[in-house]
Design a protein around this ligand. Structure first.
Ligand SMILES: [Zn+2]
Length: 133
């Protein structure tokens, strides 16, 4: 449970926004930043964001729903959203845990994700949903 990053306290409902500010999300984070990670799958290795998890009902779009662009590929299970104006990835509905969103930790107000220190890298090349058993 990460409840503080630098001088920034993670609020129970914390605001996240894309770079241009067109998309504003209210994230319900009762446990702070949950399971921050990177991933080496084909999309994450390109965007490079540190991602954490929130329940599906834990994201409320406060502003800019019309700016969000949906991107899907491969099995079309995961739903990846980004701002159509500034291109920043904000959140995605997870393929391995469809009851959760992943979100871009760097979009949290006041949070410098580089202060989190060492972040584990998920094995996204061998995706959990592709493994047998
Ligand atoms: Zn934007």
């Amino acid at each position: 449970m990460i409840k503080q990053v630098g001088d920034t306290l993670i609020q129970p409902v914390h605001t996240a926004r894309c770079h241009c500010g067109g998309v504003v999300l209210a994230l319900t984070l009762p446990n702070g930043i949950d399971r921050p990670r990177r991933c080496d799958c084909s999309i994450c290795r390109r965007k490079g964001a540190i991602v954490a998890s929130v329940k599906l009902d834990g994201i409320r779009i406060e502003q800019g729903a019309e700016l969000l662009q949906l991107y899907q590929f491969n099995t079309h299970t995961a739903k990846h959203y980004f701002c159509s104006v500034c291109g920043i990835y904000t959140h995605h509905q997870r393929r391995s845990h469809p009851d959760e969103y992943g979100y871009n930790v760097g979009c949290l107000d006041g949070v410098n994700p580089y202060l989190l220190g060492n972040i584990p890298v998920n094995d996204g090349v061998n995706h959990p949903a592709d493994r047998q058993g």
